[in-house]
Ligand binder design. Structure first.
Ligand code: C2E
Ligand code: CA
Ligand code: CA
Ligand code: CA
Length: 266
């Protein structure tokens, strides 16, 4: 063994234990965060690339932590997903989106993310319908973003759920498209209105990426779906996507996710 190896091991061990404690502490804090009004729902505009107008918004949750500051979802969605907290968080997001639609008179759609555990909640459809009714929101204004990982447990159950949501008037988009496992045959069976092309294809948009994006866009259009390109940061990317007849775009080029109030003041 190397000199100091034992100490290093102890050091790692300590660090691991510290990390585990931090995780548990944060998980406990998240449990009370909702009741203490520490969650925020930011909105990121989705642009119609033909008209250059804002067509809708994606709702993205943040946690205004009293000590750590504003935390992005990658810091806490995973831990919520590991516990029952994801349900409470998920329905908070839904209610808050409804509230903002009224408060800011949003007339496009608002897209809401569903994690696999939420999607597989047997109460999902019933709960969503009752929240929409309580807030007097037209289901047509809500789009649900699901990832391919929501669908892999049981594809037949997933299709039943998606169909029930569509029957209730909501629309579905397939998020992070191109990164998962869904076969083209499966895509045909899904009642999905939009494909969201993952940022990883948009980032460099080299020759290979362009061919893939072009193919995905063609496929979507053949199946009567629209495409949204995620993560557009530069005008160069925008021009290429425009030339490929990409329908919608989203990214820092247009705006980062922000509180609705700030988006409207801009
Ligand atoms: P996502 O659904 O793929 O959301 C898009 C992410 O890309 C967002 O990160 C957004 O801020 C970021 N983004 C948008 N445009 C650009 C760009 O031009 N450049 C770069 N570098 N990034 C861009 P965010 O807000 O950190 O969210 C991360 C993930 O957390 C989301 O990925 C989604 O899977 C999850 N998430 C967010 N809000 C919710 C929620 O309310 N419920 C659930 N279940 N998951 C959520
Ligand atoms: Ca999303
Ligand atoms: Ca995405
Ligand atoms: Ca993602």
């Amino acid at each position: 063994a190397k000199k100091g190896g034992k100490n290093r091991y102890a050091f790692y061990n300590e660090r691991l234990q510290q990390a585990a404690e931090d995780y548990t502490t944060l998980q406990h804090a998240l449990a009370t965060a909702i009741d203490q009004h520490e969650l925020r729902l930011h909105m990121q505009p989705i642009i119609d690339l033909r008209t250059n107008q804002v067509a809708g918004y994606e709702a993205l949750v943040r946690w205004q932590h009293p000590v750590k500051g504003l935390l992005g979802p990658d810091n806490f969605i995973g831990m919520a997903e590991e516990s029952q907290l994801i349900f409470k968080l998920g329905y908070w997001v839904f209610e808050e989106a409804c509230r903002q639609i009224h408060q800011y008179k949003i007339d496009g759609w608002v897209a809401i993310n569903l994690s696999p555990r939420q999607f597989n909640d047997p109460q999902l459809v019933k709960q969503i319908i009752s929240i929409l009714q309580a807030h007097n929101i037209s289901p047509g204004q809500i789009e649900l973003e699901v990832t391919e990982s929501c669908l892999i447990d049981s594809i037949d159950d997933a299709i039943t759920t998606l169909q029930a949501l569509c029957d209730a008037g909501l629309s579905i988009s397939l998020d992070d498209f191109g990164t998962g496992y869904s076969s083209l045959a499966l895509l045909k069976r899904l009642p999905v209105k939009k494909l969201k092309i993952d940022r990883s294809f948009i980032q460099d948009l080299d020759m290979e990426d362009r061919k893939i994006v072009q193919a995905m866009t063609g496929l979507a259009h053949t199946l009567d779906m629209k495409v949204v390109a995620e993560g557009i940061e530069e005008t160069g990317q925008l021009h290429i996507l425009n030339s490929m007849h990409c329908d919608f775009g989203q990214g820092y080029l247009f705006s980062k996710p922000k509180p609705m109030e700030e988006l409207l003041n801009f």
